[in-house]
Ligand binder design. Structure first.
Ligand code: GLC
Ligand code: CA
Length: 540
């Protein structure tokens, strides 16, 4: 049998660097801060770290607006710090995965500065331009952060495309010289020893804006194949494609086991269910539980043997899962564990977003304290559209990206042990109760549950290759499934809600081992307590 790829049996920890750990007392997390926490991550058991963008950037979208792809932003350190991080992580068998923003650059990138000079500047065609008449954009395409996706440049008498902020002009992947430059840049990082790349909004790189096509556009698969061949395929790297618009069909192409494109897809179908259909994420609705089960089942089944899933609840763009679909009050610990157990038994590569392993929660701030460009853009748009302020704030509390961006809670010391000075973003006031120091070593902690799940994945091959089967599909409260290989079966049973329910699942044989559960011990088989989750393993 062919040796499985390393990234199939690893757990990836995601770091939002500005909120992780501040080593030099300026209130902003940095690379040396990450280095100082590698032992903590080794204790957790993860073997790869995905770091959100640390390249040089004016920080209009917290680093997702890159002005120099081959340098580190001084806010985070320098190239030497990055080399130290790669080296120190390697000593602990941890690989560093970089976040690559290839769909757009910053408007302060040298290429864009040149591109704006004249229509026949060699860099002009690195971006997407359309002639127009001032005040009348080429069409009504909208930018993700509000307003038109077209920005007028008076000196040129042209508009450029930006699917995100005005300061994030879209790159023109139809230009082969641009593509070559991007590949060279990626190879620069490969030579430095990174373990792979997270490819930001990769399904947007090919587009046909004149016809309203913004994702999965013409030549996308060709560009991905070329990108892969010119870069990742030359080394044993992981490449993860962030694709909001992926379907299982597309995902099979992106993550084709022949390795011609990417390693895996990072898709969002399960995590966008709690919004009014056809509306925006801000238009809140309870999660449709049966639909949630159906979505997981479909992705688990369709990609089995034909692609590879990413498993995640949280990231830097999403609210905290324990506040979202668990209970961040009385059952915070149980529900955080339940959600972890539910996810980590599935097939794919699990991601843990910083603080998720502690059961960190959402935050409620006053409007002035929000920093996120998306949140502020939405607020402005909705106020102008006549929405009620309280309603907007409810959406922000539930879904703002800043929920995930508060400083990591290391201890009950001032500023949660994140920094010696006031951090760039408010610390969640619950840090005295929820912090790493109090959880590491405590067998009842959320941290311990994650630690165990990671250890189990390393120990039992059924996590890697067991086939998924959803149980009790119609049950309105219980999410249960099995994973089965030739000799073993894994059984996961989760009560997704806060009331005690009847356990609809048949009891496994008495020789079954309880691997992990969300309470101190499994209670009686017949009932499941609020947010009770159990994971069993047995031989067939
Ligand atoms: C991705 C990132 C997000 C960023 C956007 C634009 O969705 O995860 O944080 O704002 O791309 O680069
Ligand atoms: Ca710092």
């Amino acid at each position: 049998m062919q040796k499985e790829k390393w990234w199939k049996s690893t757990v990836i920890y995601q770091i939002y660097p500005r909120s992780f750990c501040d080593s030099n007392g300026d209130g902003i997390g940095d690379l040396q801060g990450i280095v100082s926490k590698l032992d903590y991550l080794e204790t957790l058991g993860i073997n790869a770290i995905w770091i959100c963008p640390v390249c040089r950037s004016p920080q209009a979208d917290n680093g997702y607006d890159v002005s120099d792809y081959q340098d580190i932003d001084p806010m985070f350190g320098n190239l030497e710090d990055m080399e130290t991080l790669i080296r120190e992580a390697k000593k602990r068998d941890i690989r560093i995965v970089m976040d690559l923003v290839l769909n757009h650059s910053s408007d302060e990138h040298r290429w864009f500065v040149e591109a704006k000079k004249s229509k026949d500047n060699p860099y002009h065609d690195y971006y997407v331009w359309r002639d127009g008449v001032e005040g009348a954009p080429p069409n009504d395409l909208k930018a993700a952060f509000g307003g038109s996706a077209w920005e007028w440049v008076p000196e040129l008498g042209q508009y450029y495309l930006h699917q995100f902020a005005v300061k994030q002009p879209d790159l023109n992947w139809d230009n082969p010289t641009l593509r070559r430059e991007l590949y060279d840049m990626i190879n620069f990082w490969i030579v430095k020893g990174v373990g792979g790349f997270l490819l930001d909004v990769i399904d947007l790189i090919a587009k046909d804006p004149d016809n309203g096509v913004t994702f999965n556009g013409p030549h996308l698969q060709d560009y991905l194949k070329e990108l892969s061949k010119e870069t990742f395929q030359r080394a044993d790297l992981v490449s993860v494609g962030e694709a909001w618009g992926a379907t299982p069909e597309l995902a099979k192409l992106y993550s084709n086991p022949d390795g011609s494109e990417l390693s895996m897809v990072f898709q969002f179908e399960h995590i966008v269910l709690d919004q009014i259909e056809g509306k925006e994420k801000w238009d809140l609705a309870p999660v449709p539980f049966l639909k949630l089960k159906e979505v997981f089942k479909r992705w688990q089944k369709e990609l089995f043997g034909q692609g590879w899933n990413s498993l995640f609840w949280d990231n830097h763009d999403l609210p905290r899962i324990v506040s979202r679909w668990g209970d961040d009050g009385a059952y915070r610990v149980e529900s955080a564990k339940m959600l972890a157990i539910l996810l980590h038994g599935m097939q794919g590569t699990p991601y843990i977003y910083q603080g998720e392993e502690l059961g960190m929660t959402n935050i409620k701030l006053s409007l002035e304290d929000y920093q996120d460009i998306e949140t502020l853009g939405m607020y402005k748009e909705r106020i102008e559209a006549g929405y009620d302020k309280d309603e907007i704030m409810r959406s922000i509390y539930a879904k703002s990206r800043d929920n995930a961006r508060t400083p990591m809670q290391w201890s009950d010391a001032e500023n949660a042990g994140f920094s010696t000075v006031t951090p760039w973003m408010k610390v969640n006031p619950n840090y005295k109760e929820i912090n790493a120091e109090s959880q590491v070593g405590d067998v009842k902690s959320v941290f311990h549950c994650y630690q165990k799940l990671i250890a189990c994945r390393k120990e039992y091959p059924v996590f890697l290759d067991g086939e998924f089967e959803l149980l009790c599909e119609e049950d309105e409260a219980v999410f249960a499934y099995t994973r089965t290989d030739e000799s073993t079966q894994l059984l996961v049973v989760c009560n997704f809600y806060g009331e005690t329910v009847k356990n609809p699942v048949e009891k496994p044989n008495d020789a079954a081992t309880l691997l992990v559960c969300s309470y101190e011990d499994a209670g009686e088989w017949e009932t499941l307590r609020p947010y009770e989750a159990r994971m069993y393993l047995y031989s067939l």
